[in-house]
Design a protein around this ligand. Sequence first.
Ligand SMILES: Cc1ncc(COP(=O)(O)O)c(C=O)c1O
Length: 351
Amino acid sequence: MDLALLETPVPVVELDIVERNLRRMQDYCDRAGIALRPHIKTHKIPSLAHRQIELGARGITCQKLGEAEVMADAGIDDILISYPIVGQGKALRLAALARRATMRVSLDNPVALATVSEAGRIGGEIGVLVEFDSGNGRTGVTSVEEVLTLARAARDTDGVRFDGLMNYPVNARTGEILRELLPRLEAEGLKPAIISGGGTPQAFRTHEMAPVTELRVGTYIYNDRMTVAAGHASWEDCAYTVHVTVISRPRPELAIVDAGSKVFSSDPMPAGTGEGHGYFPAYPQAKLAKMSEEHGMVDLSACGERPQIGERLRVIPNHVCPVSNLHDRLAFTKGGVFQGFGAIAARGRSQ
Ligand SMILES: Cc1ncc(COP(=O)(O)O)c(C=O)c1O
């Protein structure tokens, strides 16, 4: 089918760029002596996870049990969930996963440890990575003493095994913390088998920042406006674009496209890195300034050339991961030629 005949809005993924992005990251990891464990929250598609493993990835990372279930159903048998799992229902689901895959979970508190212990006692031993915070202000313990306490607890708890440490995103502070922490752990016989770090924007500097042994990166498979702004990638490395149509031109400086926040999500760019909700390669000065659910308001005031009603536009989203999560399927292309649709099998699996 001619790509121009696909109804819009439609996400389109160029597989030649995906392949290049995957190989580039795998090559980096191989050269740096770091194991690659891609985060599938970006694509949520089992065939792409399998390709990552074929190219050398050690296993995958998921954020939620629901994503891990989809990937295990597709035959992937080595999974890290980089998110604390809390509650009895979740313990039973984690136990079921542990029966059919090597499972690891990161956590930062004793309640999550108790959940993983329950799962491990039912389904088979589960590896624990203790998460520490290096300034993100999200999950992760905030002192070396707390890491030690949780590591000891993991060592002494049934159903789990202390496997190491987890941090996101890796930065200079990660290195400082590890320099203090590692001798303390080793002194107690708790040398981490795995130090798992993550984040695409600084991925190629990981080896300079901290002695990470495994890298969890997600966005690198597609790239987006944020990874371009961070200097990780160029526009030519962006594999995922949303094709939209101009449906109205109410004023000379305004175009309305057939996609709003239900297509693009609403993630803004980090302060100082760009305005609006996406980048139009054919109209670099156009700004997706406002969105309602199904309307995108494109400010054309800075554009010389302006798109007409009926014209199709390609948009590179600010942050591609939540955009993936909003669609049931996407179109794959190779060299710009339509190859078929792919189901985004793990989309919406937020539990
Ligand atoms: C815990 C964790 N690890 C890894 C990643 C991967 O980050 P990126 O998509 O920048 O590669 C994320 C992203 O949100 C994350 O939350």
